[in-house]
Design a protein. Sequence first.
Length: 531
Amino acid sequence: MLKNLIRILASLPVLFLSINVYAEDAKYQSTYESPRVFNKFFKGGVDLDGFTKNILRFFKSGRDGAKDTFSKQDLDELRKTLLDQATYRQLTGLVRFDKNLDAKLSVNEMVLSMGSNYRGQSSRSEEGLKRHSMLDLDKDGSISYQEMATLTRESIASVERNDSYFLAREYLWLDPNKDNIITLDELKFLAGKAFRTSDINNDGLISLAEYNKVKEYKNSHASSTCSFGNIEFPKDLVVYASLVGKGQVYKGGTVFKNRRVQTITKVSVNKDDRPVALILAGGEPMIWEIDVSDNTDIYAVVLISRYEQEIIGLNKKTIVLNSKSRKGQGCGYVSFSDQNLVQLNPLSRRLFGKSSDMYFVPERLGEVTINSKIIEGTVKANKKYKPSPVTNIEASPSYYTPRRILPREVEILKAVSEGYIRTAMDQDTEIWLDLLERKERVSPTIDVPLIAGVTLRETLPKIYSGNAYVVLKDTSCTEMNLNAQSLSFIVPKGINPPENCSPGTDIYDLNTLSCTGARFGRHPHCRTRGY
């Protein structure tokens, strides 16, 4: 009876969309084809009365007439039944590889069950041996169906990503008043709500076309949204983010059609007494393994990537939004990194209503450590600038070997000798950074979070003094005959920036504390010339 009820509820996906806060984030795949399910339960078209009667018929089937409710014990039995069914489906999928029908899988049969995802027979055989050794619990050289059933059930219970498990969890949301029982009146109310949502043209009937349209919307809705809906987050929520281009190769992971191999990244969240939200972006197919210390509450997680993303290690209360970016869908492909974080805060405000508190750079391949105690610059703040002593700028170091002057350097030396410019020193670059850092601390010009273990100064645009010159008076690149050169100019206060310079020229203006040039196309503090 419970199984029949779940089947009819699963055949109408909009029911879950109408009542469940997780509906935008989770995918549910019906095990039946649409026409088959529709014809079986709805018989070509059904009105509201017929739809409700169908549900109530399955609801009351096999029950004591005096007891028209489902208790919490019934729901526990339902979850157990569904896990048993999921295990059975897993096992029946492996039966066809048991060639000798001895109810066990040998190494060769295990290799055959792996399909053709591997480029060569040798790599497939090697992986088959590893999997066989892992699944052979009693180490008798073969895998019994009992061993496979045990591992399958453990996987379903721990990862919680099986369709039947989600279906059981969704069933708990059919109890609007949260009294741990589902009454006939509650089911009638939900049936009417689901029917009205499915009846697109409001003709009082659900046609096969309407049923298919609702089902297609349901299956694509999870990946096409970038929102948690109407969920209210705690006021003291902290948002942490990290981008992992590639994790450690996951042994036994999926090899996708594009030959990309599934990787795994461990995210350790340490000692935070506030509710935490995570924004995790992956550059490869990724399994995110979350490791949380005691007294740390992960409230919500957002996974963003072009590729398949999975997450393990969370408790059941954590809300997960798995956004696989497509054209015009999902949260888009977020390319934020420690060099370009301008996309992060707008995304965080869109999802959580607040800016991101901190960005964490992966410590090493496949490892990210998130710790609220790591504040700005704690790793590198002790490095203080010590200017090198300048005794005689005309004197060459003892190790300096004279070389032939290049033709393009002749005009530069001429401009220096005529007093238009001088060679920049380390002190000039430090003056630029001092002024810019002071300005950013008072009035930030860009909307980016702090980076854990990195000072604000380290995120500012650097001046490469090896090819930089300080402008000494108002002039133009044409006047200095340098309009074909790609140089860096530092413009002191009271002097106008040189004009008519080449597109490859970088200009650091101390008057406005702005910078322009070709190298700044991706730097958030500066802009590209001509834009």
